[in-house]
Design a binder for this molecule. Structure first.
Ligand code: UD1
Length: 418
């Protein structure tokens, strides 16, 4: 088990290049199974969750080859079925996309229940409701196995009670080959919904409206191979932006789509950070003492729940009070106990955290409870007086590529101890 040792107190300076968006890659990679020709996917991030998907795709019979560090070729012509015996115990939340592609291509799919970060119930009733509306039958075997099947899928109108990212993408995947038109209302609008729809359309699907709350999918009979590049990771970019603010730094975030970062840019500017936009990069720099702000996480274009924890670290490092309301997940404050070990003063009541910033944090030995909590603790370590040890960093490797090198290039004193 490796861990990170961080010596705090350095103001970050320099340039960081942002990789491909984890959550988009984790939808696009399995989507390639819908097509019997080769697909080439560029700008794939070098993260552990992608490795898990490579394994899942290989196990179901696809040929997956890395043409270079970030380019993946997927040939799924030999895939005949998606069934339980093909899955290894390694599992991630996004393995639920195998349902949509399995139903779409084979009209039948059996998988284990999805894994992923423990941040609340993370139900999938909207996925099931959507598949059922298209004509699929769901069967659950014990608490480990779930199966979907259909004679044929027929387009329908599906209203989501909450704009779920996973359900929106999964219904799109299943509906690509359904007869007639499927309409998803109250669809999620996150950039990776648009990216996945663009990939499917590049293969010949007929999807309109991705990025708005109504998506229309006209079923097609065939998809063809294509080359497609994944969008940059707005959550990785946002993590470095918040780290720059917390360390009073001055950094360039390169290779991004600034529009996707507007919810973070707006909050940082409200706090007093300076942000300048240059095409596909942002300069984020500290000029004057930052003011605390209140945050409410919301589906895109609201403030992303995946940056709630790094934001809590930034707010804890300032002088003054602030409130964070988590409206997307039920229990996403399980990192607070670790932050308290570093001197943070935070009260949590249900979905609300009250932060009394004291202007500093102190180094401690802490555990990364999940992916984003782990990234938040790195920022806490960069700000803290003294040395911070972060354990269980495998959670961080699931979703951040090369994170210690990227921070080291910005001047951070961080090392991985194996
Ligand atoms: C995805 C992202 C995750 C991000 C989240 C919200 C991936 C692999 N993960 O997760 O990083 O934090 O979007 O932006 O892309 N819900 C239900 N029933 C359902 C589906 C969801 O009640 O059928 C609830 C969930 O429990 C949660 C909320 O809706 O409280 C949001 O979930 P959803 O948008 O589906 O997130 P994920 O797909 O799990």
């Amino acid at each position: 088990m490796s861990n990170f040792l961080i010596e705090g107190g350095v103001k970050l300076r320099g340039k960081v290049n942002i990789g491909g968006f984890k959550n988009a890659a984790l939808a696009i990679i399995p989507s390639a199974i819908l097509c019997k020709e080769k697909c080439i996917i560029e700008n794939v991030p070098a993260i552990e969750d992608v490795n898990v998907f490579k394994e899942i795709l290989s196990n179901v019979g696809a040929k997956v080859v890395m043409l270079d560090e970030t380019t993946m070729e997927i040939d799924s012509s030999a895939v005949k079925e998606i069934s339980m015996s093909q899955f290894s115990p390694k599992n991630i939340r996004a393995s639920y996309y195998m349902w949509g592609v399995g139903l779409g291509r084979f009209k039948k799919v059996t998988t284990p229940f999805p894994g992923g970060c423990n941040i609340g119930a993370r139900k999938f009733d909207y996925h099931i409701k959507g598949f059922e509306a298209l004509g699929a039958k769901v069967e659950v075997f014990g608490d480990q196995t779930i199966s979907f099947s259909a004679e044929k899928l027929i387009g329908n109108r599906i209203y989501l009670d909450f704009a779920s990212v996973g359900a929106t993408i999964n219904i799109m995947l299943a509906a690509v080959y359904a007869e007639g038109r499927t309409t998803i209302e109250n669809a999620a609008k996150e950039p990776h919904i648009v990216d996945t729809a663009n990939f499917l359309n590049a293969m010949g699907a007929d999807i309109k409206g991705a990025g708005t709350d109504v998506i229309r999918i006209n079923g097609v009979s065939e998809l063809r191979g294509c080359t497609y590049s994944v969008i940059p990771d707005q959550i990785e970019a946002g993590t470095y932006m918040l780290a720059a603010a917390a360390t009073k730094g001055d950094i360039i975030i390169d290779g991004i789509i600034p529009k996707h970062l507007e919810p973070i840019t707006a909050k940082l500017e409200e706090m007093g950070m300076r942000i300048e936009e240059y095409g596909d990069s942002l300069r984020v720099f500290y000029e004057k003492e930052l003011e605390p702000v209140n945050i409410k996480t919301l589906p895109y274009p609201g403030f992303p729940t995946d940056l709630q924890q790094p934001m809590a670290v930034l707010l804890s490092s300032l002088n003054g009070d602030s409130i964070i309301e988590e409206s997307v997940f039920e229990s996403r404050f399980n990192y607070v106990d670790e932050l308290r070990k570093m001197g943070a003063d935070i009260d949590v009541n249900d979905r609300i955290a009250k932060i009394r910033g004291k202007g500093y944090l102190t180094g401690a030995s802490v555990n990364a409870a999940d992916l984003r909590a782990g990234a938040a603790l790195i920022i806490a370590g960069l700000v803290a007086k003294g040395v911070t040890e972060i354990n269980e960093i495998h959670h961080i490797d699931r979703g951040y590529e090369n994170i210690e090198n990227k921070f080291m290039n910005l001047g951070a004193r961080i090392k991985r101890v194996i």
